[in-house]
Design a protein around this ligand. Structure first.
Ligand code: FAD
Length: 453
């Protein structure tokens, strides 16, 4: 009776507790990835995420084959496809690493009971979050809504466990067929817009560890300051690797604790780990508030008088032609590379929500489609943070002024010039809004929410 490992957001062989436990059972192991776009409530992946997934699965398939195992690709609703594979293989156990989104948890819980009733062993593991949401609460037993006490409580639990070693070999199964990755058509073809993504990224476990190592040796020593400057490459760029689980937060954590860091790097570790903490915080919020991308976390924002943007206005924002350089540089970085620096993300989001008065959900959707790190918790969590409607959000009246932000964080204009070659020529457009006047309008609209009239 073979063991099935059902892979989801954990596309790695190292520090994969479900895989490790399956190999330790001593039976043949089938690794399954199911492309499930049909189960109720599951949010279909955006285009950039599909691109990433394709390459990540290709890399994982090769890593597994090297160890003698097989990665099986199947497509369809998990509740029918997983039991189907169990039957085909006569499997005796199904193992997976836990997920934390609402619809995903429903699917997993239903499968767990169906499979158990059928006499299978089912086991799940903690792999993708340092702290599982139900294990940290306030003194009163409630979920945290504020980051600082949340992270303090997480740290008080002690150092996270050590990563689990990758199995040297994986005993494979025969006699079952999976889909051909190419047939899933995850890659763009007409047109192929992914050239910039190919240049910028190396999806897969090896690429993730390469990033982590180069960041720890070259970027960490200036992280606390450098992370705010989009023109310097001072951040780790681990976000898409973490999103797809090509690397785990346990591995990232451990890499910063080895004692081989420079004194400067050592001094920046706490700040870096607290950013991982924001990832944990957003998942913690999503766990308790599963429709985070659809609903305001703070319901008083339901009354906000958003404007319906004219299509050309929205198009200008999406294409990076608003005439506001830091906004445009960010939006073009996103379009070209599937990524945007965090400082620019805050500025473009604030511009959409507070200068163009567009509902944050419109921006969240665009990011969901175009970011390679589009994350079910961190994307809506951060959009709501900027909009002021989120947990522990920036106050609504804090409007990022994109001109001052540029002067402060990209003073030499390196980032803006990198993405806006026409800056300073007639080809560069005039601003589509008056930043100052629109800010005043946004604050009036906010008053309307506060007064509740
Ligand atoms: P580093 O600075 O090296 O940070 C290390 C890791 O910490 C990141 O890889 C990420 O996993 C985590 N992290 C850092 N900042 C945050 C944060 N604010 N919230 C949650 N986790 C964080 N991040 C995503 O991973 N997916 C998203 O879909 C996403 N959408 C965003 C939307 C908006 C409007 C904003 C303002 C931010 C968003 N972020 C999102 C957070 C942040 O911008 C990215 O995580 C960060 O830029 C990734 O770059 P990095 O890996 O070099 O980060």
């Amino acid at each position: 009776h073979p063991t099935i490992v059902w892979l989801r957001d954990d596309l790695r062989v190292a520090d994969n507790p479900a895989l490790r436990a399956a190999v330790d059972r001593g039976r043949p192991v089938a690794l399954l990835y199911l492309l499930d776009e049909v189960s109720p409530g599951i949010r279909p992946l955006g285009a950039a995420s599909r691109w990433w997934l394709h390459h990540s699965l290709a890399a994982l398939g090769a890593d597994i084959a090297e160890r003698g195992g097989t990665l099986l690709l199947r497509r369809g609703a998990a509740e029918t496809e997983l039991p189907r594979l169990v039957d085909e293989l006569g499997a005796g156990a199904v193992l997976w690493n836990r997920r934390y989104g609402g619809p995903q948890r429903r699917v997993d819980a239903a499968l767990e009971s169906t499979l158990r009733e059928a006499g299978l062993e089912v086991q799940s593991f903690q792999a993708n979050l340092l702290v599982e949401p139900w294990t940290v609460t306030t003194g009163e037993g409630n979920p945290f809504r504020v980051f600082t006490p949340f992270w303090r409580a997480c740290l008080a639990k002690g150092a996270p466990r050590d990563p689990v070693e990758a199995p040297a070999s994986i005993p494979g199964v025969g006699g079952v067929a999976g889909d051909d990755l190419e047939d899933w058509a995850l890659l763009p073809s007409h047109p192929d817009w992914a050239g910039g993504l190919r240049e910028a990224w190396a999806p897969g476990e090896a690429g993730a560890h390469y990033r982590l190592d180069s960041f720890v040796t070259d970027g960490l020593d200036d992280y606390a300051k450098g992370r705010d400057e989009p023109g310097t490459d001072s951040t780790s760029r681990l976000s898409p690797h973490l999103r797809f689980g090509e690397i785990s937060p346990f591995q990232v954590w451990q890499r910063t604790q080895r004692g081989d860091l420079s004194a400067d790097a050592e001094g920046n570790v706490g700040k870096f780990l607290s950013e991982l903490g924001w990832r944990e915080f957003n998942w913690n919020i999503l766990f308790h508030f599963p429709d985070l991308h659809e609903r305001n976390f703070r319901s008083e924002f339901d009354a906000f008088p958003w404007e319906t943007p004219a299509p050309p206005v929205l198009q200008a924002w999406r294409q990076g032609r608003t005439g506001v350089p830091l906004v445009d540089a960010g939006m073009r970085e996103l379009w070209q590379t599937g990524y945007m620096h965090n400082r620019a993300r805050m500025v473009v989001a604030s511009f959409l929500v507070k200068n163009l008065l567009v509902d944050w959900r419109v921006g969240e959707k665009w990011f969901w489609d175009t970011l390679v790190d589009a994350d079910e918790a961190s994307n809506p969590g951060n959009w709501q943070w900027v909009a002021g409607s989120g947990a522990d959000a920036a106050p609504y009246f804090r409007v990022f002024n994109p001109v001052l932000q540029a002067a402060r964080f990209d003073p030499r204009g390196d980032y803006q010039r990198r993405y806006l070659p026409e800056l300073g020529t007639d080809a560069y457009p005039d601003p589509i809004v008056d930043v100052k006047a629109s800010r005043a309008e946004a604050l009036e609209a906010y008053d309307f929410v506060r007064r509740g009239d």
